[in-house]
Ligand binder design. Structure first.
Ligand SMILES: NC(=O)C1=CN([C@@H]2O[C@H](COP(=O)(O)OP(=O)(O)OC[C@H]3O[C@@H](n4cnc5c(N)ncnc54)[C@H](OP(=O)(O)O)[C@@H]3O)[C@@H](O)[C@H]2O)C=CC1
Ligand SMILES: O=C(CO)COP(=O)(O)O
Length: 346
């Protein structure tokens, strides 16, 4: 069994710590708030983020980052994407080579259009990009913490690193697959949050299952369109970090992106919604990046564009429904078929 440091004591960092602790590892859960670390150690609960769950005794919380990572075989980074660079800059000062670096955050940085693995690579100077592992898939923290059956994918260019991460996390309630398509796995996990905002808006407007099925299916088409243009394997979008995560995030009341969308659909404004959530809603930031990507890469992403316009250009959800439903008629499989032919007919 190993010592593993988990950086980020929110919902997901805490749930992943439980999985690692169930596997017998010594887990050091780092919080950037001293009071929170002390409270976790005295109550064995994370009262703000997973209040109802008792934490195993082999999870210990730390406020001091150096102490948290000392002697660790692996570090799992699980902070919101806007905090990735800051945390990695601090980590860079104190990190030993040879540690396996895994991240489980889902988003793309607006402006630079970097994925999380690319930000980690830029900030951790003694690590090779090939060795960074991403963990992604349909996995709400609330259900993982209850040991409900969950499946995820770990991806890295270096297969041995992905297998190391798989071995650390896999157990009878948490099944872990590997992939070498880090690009596709990260894009799937990030872009699905935008579509989940859309699904929440649709439900908030009072539309039913037909509209949601349409959003999931056509959302997947535009995720795969952008991903493939950027070099991802189109089949990754049919996997856990594509359609799997889309289904869970677009249909679950646990999803913060769905819940935020739902409030927007009911007429609340964005600032009000984000204040009410009190947890990270990654889709709001990622939609800026995806909108920029779509323009720069000349990829059609009508749903993403519509969500961006609702959030940042004062368009109403109803305007966007009209815009989407009134688009020029076309063949359904046109672009998907071309993507697959281009990729596999060589
Ligand atoms: N929740 C889930 O089910 C899943 C989440 N994810 C992804 O995991 C990532 C983290 O999400 P999640 O844990 O849910 O988010 P939460 O909002 O539940 O928690 C975020 C945590 O990060 C901390 N944090 C914020 N800024 C910093 C910083 N600068 N330095 C250190 N810690 C910081 C927060 O501290 P504070 O309390 O002070 O704000 C909080 O403890 C996201 O990218 C999300 O998409 C992926 C799969 C499932
Ligand atoms: O990524 C997630 C589940 O796989 C969590 O989604 P939310 O951030 O929308 O809650």
């Amino acid at each position: 069994m190993s010592k593993i440091a988990v950086l980020g004591a929110g919902s997901w960092g805490t749930a992943l710590s439980i999985v690692l602790a169930d596997n017998g590892h010594e887990v050091c859960l780092w919080s950037h708030r001293k009071e929170q670390a002390e409270r976790i150690n005295s109550t064995h609960k994370n009262e703000k983020y997973l209040a109802d769950v008792s934490l195993p005794m082999n999870i210990k919380a730390f406020y001091n980052l150096e102490e948290a990572i000392k002697g660790a075989a692996a570090i799992v980074i699980v902070v919101p994407t806007k905090a990735i660079r800051e945390v990695c800059q601090e980590l860079n000062q104190i990190l030993d080579k040879g540690i396996t670096i895994i991240h489980a955050s889902k988003g793309i940085e607006p402006g630079t259009l970097k994925r999380v693995s690319e930000m980690v690579d830029e900030e951790l100077h003694h690590f090779k990009y090939e060795d960074i592992v991403v963990l992604s898939g349909p996995s709400h923290a609330e259900e993982v913490a209850l040991r409900h059956p969950t499946t995820v994918t770990v991806a890295a260019v270096n297969k041995n690193k992905a297998i190391h991460a798989q071995d650390l996390f896999i157990n009878e309630a948490f099944r872990v697959y590997t992939s070498s398509d880090i690009l596709g796995i990260e894009l799937g996990g990030s872009l699905k949050n935008i579509i989940a905002l859309g699904a929440g808006i649709s439900d908030g407007l009072g539309y039913g299952d037909n509209a949601k099925a349409a959003l999931i299916t056509r959302g997947l088409a535009e995720m795969a369109r952008l991903g493939t243009k950027l070099g991802a394997d189109p089949l990754s979008f049919l996997g856990l970090s594509g359609v799997g995560d889309l289904i869970v995030t677009c249909t679950s009341v646990h999803s913060r992106n769905w819940r935020a969308g739902n409030l927007l659909g009911k007429g609340h404004d964005l600032d009000d919604v984000l204040n009410q959530m009190g947890m990270v809603v990654e889709g709001v930031r990622t939609v800026k990046a995806a909108y920029q990507f779509a323009k720069e890469e000349a990829v059609e992403m009508p749903i993403t564009t519509g969500i961006y316009q609702i959030l940042f250009e004062n368009k109403t959800p109803k305007d966007i429904v009209e815009q989407l439903m009134g688009r020029t008629k076309r063949e359904e499989m046109d672009d998907i078929a071309h993507l697959l032919v281009e990729r596999y007919a060589k």
